[in-house]
Every structure is written in C-alpha cells, then in structure tokens.
Design a protein around this ligand. Sequence first.
Ligand code: UDP
Ligand code: GLC
Length: 443
Amino acid sequence: MRLPVFHASLSPHAWTGQPMNAPRLTRRFAPVEMAATSSAGHSDEHVLEPAASATVLFVDQSGQLGGAELSLLPLAERCAARSEVLLLSDGPFRARLEALGVRVRVTSNANVAAINREALRPGWLRALPGILAQVRTIAAQAKRFDVLFLNTQKALVLGALGKPLHRRPVIWHVRDIMTRDHFGRVQLHIVRWLVRHVTDQVVANSRASADALIALTGLPADAVPVVHNGIDARTFAQVDASDIRALRHRLGLPQDAWLAGLFGRLAPWKGQHIALEALARLPGVHLVLVGAALFGEDDYAQALRQQADRLGIADRVHFAGFRDDMPAWMKAMDLILHTSTEPEPFGRVIIEGMAASRPVVAAAAGGVLEILRHRENGWLVQPGDVPGFVEAIDTLHLAPAFARQLASQAFSDVQRHFSLDSYLRNMTRIIAHTARDEPSADR
Ligand code: UDP
Ligand code: GLC
C-alpha cells in the first residue's frame, strides 16, 4: 500500500548491506506494509491489529514526561496486554503508564543517568560498572519477550549492546536529528555502529530524523520508515472554550490579555529566550511559558526570569510550570508559539496546537517542515529570527480572521495526517513485522 504524503513507506528491499557494513542478520531492515490514513482521517478498520500477537519490552531512559515518553504512552497502552515498559530512571512517567494498565519496571543507576546528550563525558568510565549492570538487566528482561523496542538513545546503547545475551530482535525509535551539530563524535560513532551491526529495525519520528540517520549510517534511503507522532484531536475538541474568560480564570491566566503560549520543557534549544526577546517588541501581547526544566536545565529557567526582568516585561510573562492538561491550556491561548533554535526532530506541541484550533507560529526547520505550510496552516519563521517572530505574532494579532483561517486549516490537517489511530497502526505493524521476520525466538 502506498502511503500518503505525510508517511514514508518502508523499503521493498531488505538491507543486505555493503561489504563494509556486513550485517550478520540477513533479514534485518526488511519491508513492512504500512497502514494509510484515509481521506476522512481514519485508517482502514479492516487492517489487522498485529501487535496483538507479539510480546514487547519497551525501554526508555527517562521517567520524565518528555515528548518521547508521551509518544510512547499510547503505544504501550495499546500493547499493554503482552508487553512491559522498562524505565532507566524513575519519575512521573511511571505513574502515567501504570494508570493506563501498563506493567512498568524501573532499573536506575545514577552514574549512567548522568551521561548526557551533548557528549559521553570523561565520567563514562566511572559509569562503566553501571552500564554493564544495566545491559545485563535489560537483556535478562528482554529474553521474556519477542521484541525489544528501544525508545530513546541511551536505551539503544544499553539494549543493543546486550543483544548477544538476549538475542531478541531490536527496534530503535530514532527521535533525534543525529548530526555533528547536536551530538558528540563518539556518540555518533557508537550509534552508527549499533545501527549498522545490531538493530534489526529503525523507525524515525520524521523525515528529518530519518535523513540524518541515513546520512550517518549509510542505510539505504528507504530502509528507515517514518512514522509521525499522532494525537487524538477529539480530546482537544472536547474542551469547552466558548467562555474563554472562564477557562482562563480556571487556569489562573489573565482573562482579557492577548495570549501567546509557548509549550515545552525549558531548555536553551527550545528557545524560550527568543520568545522573550520578541515579546519585548510586542507591547500588546502576553506570553505564557508552559513547561519546566525536565533534564537539569534549572540555570536556564532562572536566566529566563532574569531576562524577563531585564527587558521590563515580567508583568506580561507567565511561568506556568509543567502542566498535565494540554488541551485546556492550549485552548486558553490566542496563538501557539514554537521557537526551537535547533531543528526540531518532530514537535508534538505543534500538532497539539493545531488540534487546539489555534494559529501556530513555528521555527522552520527539521520535522516542523513536514507539518506546517507557511501561511496555509501555520506561519513559519527562521529559527532564532526575532524580528520574524515579532512580525508573525503582530500580523496574527491584528488579523484575527486570517488567524482563524490558518487555525481551521491546521485543525483539518492534523486530523487527516497526524491521527493517533494511524500512528498506532503503523507502529504496531513495525513491531509485528520485526517479531515475525526474526528467527531468533529461542526461549
Ligand atoms: N508538555 C506537557 N506539559 C507541559 C509542557 C509540555 O505535557 O507543561 C508536553 C507537550 O504537550 C508535548 C510534549 O510535552 O506533548 C513535548 O513534546 P515535543 O515533541 O514538543 O518536544 P520534546 O520535549 O519531546 O523535545
Ligand atoms: C523527541 C523530539 C521531539 C519529538 C519527540 C516525539 O523528544 O525532541 O521533537 O516530537 O521526540 O517523537
């Protein structure tokens, strides 16, 4: 089945590898037939639910509620009857999974958790015993399942290294743009080696993430399927925003101000400082920052408050902290802002803003370009371009009819191309396909 424009299909050719790559397993990266989204926005009801038969161990490095975790949540729920989630850190993600009936285990190690995104710091030697222990723990658990699904990069390293022990097919969901701009040389080498020699299947959260991985690893262009995140637009449509003042009152927001909302964890590359700079040039606008420093960026969070003071806009900036109720918070806004200074691998907040029927102004890079079309279903600005953000916000503030037109097109597009149903069907197909194609189930 050919896929619609927003989903890339899997290769009809297995990746048999060049001499340099020489993968040991001949059936790795074999083609998967993907579910398409119908023009009505619902996928084909007659498609089988393949994950029903494969048992899956999902591994995620974080207990926090980041986009990777929120995206795993409905997939783990869908597979709950025959799967388990192994977290390498404890946190609120655990309770959210358990509330959905998902079995969860936590195996944490402070030294391993301290190795961060930018580089494998010299401290990794200190972490070595912890790394080996986690490799063994993951492998011991993986043996109880048909497939090992690694949801984050650290999970990839720890889960894939144990393959000689667990001998289960390995899927990695790549959710980062793996380039030298964002990752250390050693880290990229490790990922390249693991993808070439160990993983059986990769799946990317956007074309942008897929292309970077293809460039890094030399995989054929069609060996990396793209499955965009999907969301249930109904949960947004259900929020009653007809009395916007009442909604804002309930959330503790100013009732009559014109509100731009920026949703996401506080982190330098998410660019909240760019939004503050723009706000200083938009006297009639308030900014609501929804999100917290999830991964130790407390200095940045502090710097943002200082920046707001320095710019004399503190009375128009509202720090809401981390919130659970995205639909209500997004519906309370006049506009949704996205200001990442680096290419966003996908950007769940953008499709959520679209589902909330709000105009979205976003940084034009990475996966965002697969979601928004400038002045058709949103407004694109070059990353870090403060005057560009000022112009976009000002224009939409002064032209409410145009803003509504963008929002209405966005709402239609998100239902059509980013449905939860389609996301779940494509992901479960990949899982089932990898389980079926892998002859290593020797328990
Ligand atoms: N989010 C949330 N509460 C907050 C701020 C953000 O639940 O206070 C959610 C947001 O709705 C989105 C996710 O966090 O689903 C962030 O995902 P995204 O893909 O935008 O960015 P990531 O953090 O994964 O880089
Ligand atoms: C990662 C990316 C984000 C993406 C999310 C879900 O956390 O940073 O852009 O939306 O994964 O795939």
